[in-house]
Design a binder for this molecule. Structure first.
Ligand SMILES: Nc1ncnc2c1ncn2[C@@H]1O[C@H](COP(=O)(O)OP(=O)(O)OP(=O)(O)O)[C@@H](O)[C@H]1O
Ligand SMILES: O=P(O)(O)OC[C@H]1O[C@H](OP(=O)(O)OP(=O)(O)O)[C@H](O)[C@@H]1O
Length: 223
């Protein structure tokens, strides 16, 4: 077993972090004290496990670090996994956190439409690949304008009548006078593993998959 190189766990620093940390701790990993300090500018943290460190990165970047082997394990939403489609990412475990859906929405004051009657739509989204693929399978050409956030502004400002974005409570759509027309897919976050690392360090990687599996099955984990 390779002991010199640390295993790196990539965690997304956004909203998922709060949900995933109880699982990380249940799995037996306790990051150094700085981790909980909002003022800390550190990006990599030692843990109580001498051979394991944690990096805190943007949600999309967590997938990239693991896919290229810069990190060995990570936590990534299905949305990110499907949008990138990295072949070197293995996602063995649904962590049952980060529940939301990817939906198409449009202004509430526009006439009801039947998506089955569309042939071409223009959409603002952070997920152009998933959107194009979903609609292509239904014979609809989706012209996507890539935004990285605040999609809800696009219809109001005339960028596109429709958006495809993540929805959880629906509060953001409501506040921006948009209605959910169609759910493209349901999303949760998964534990992901770099495939080559799984082959070269099978015992260590399997150990952590099992620890996370147990943590997820432990009913006291916060959701
Ligand atoms: N409203 C939501 N409810 C539940 N889970 C969500 C919601 N929005 C996003 N997620 C999940 O959390 C992940 C990270 O989202 P988050 O909003 O923290 O990042 P972001 O702000 O979109 O990205 P970044 O700021 O890193 O560019 C998403 O990939 C998705 O899986
Ligand atoms: O249905 P709701 O519960 O209102 O959640 C939906 C919002 O959550 C996500 O954004 P987030 O808050 O993560 O910010 P972002 O726009 O910076 O990604 C998503 O992009 C929506 O804007």
């Amino acid at each position: 077993m390779e002991l010199s190189e640390k295993l790196v766990l990539a965690l997304p620093k956004g909203r998922i972090l709060e949900e995933v940390m109880p699982l990380v701790r249940k799995a037996g990993i306790e990051p150094e004290a700085d981790f909980d300090d909002p003022k800390s500018r550190k990006l990599e943290f030692d843990t109580n496990i001498p051979n394991l460190s944690i990096i805190r990165v943007r949600a999309f970047d967590a997938a990239t670090f693991v896919a290229f082997g810069a990190a060995h394990l990570g936590v990534v939403g299905n949305d990110v996994l499907q949008e990138f489609g990295y072949s070197d990412l293995y996602s063995p475990l649904d962590l049952d956190i980060g529940h939301c859906r990817l939906s198409l929405a449009m202004p509430v004051d526009e006439a009801e439409e039947d998506p089955k009657e569309w042939s071409h739509i223009r959409v603002a989204t952070k997920y152009p690949n998933m959107t194009r693929e979903y609609y292509a399978e239904r014979g609809i050409q989706a012209e996507c304008i890539k935004l990285n956030g605040a999609m809800e502004l696009a219809p109001k400002l005339g960028l596109s009548r429709r958006i495809v974005d993540l929805v959880s409570t629906g509060g953001t759509l409501k506040a921006n006078h948009l209605k959910e027309v169609e759910v493209l897919t349901h999303i949760t976050s998964r534990l992901v593993v770099n495939r080559p690392a799984f082959k070269t360090r099978p015992q260590e990687v399997s150990y952590w998959i099992e620890r996370f599996r147990e943590a997820t099955q432990d009913g006291t984990a916060s959701k």
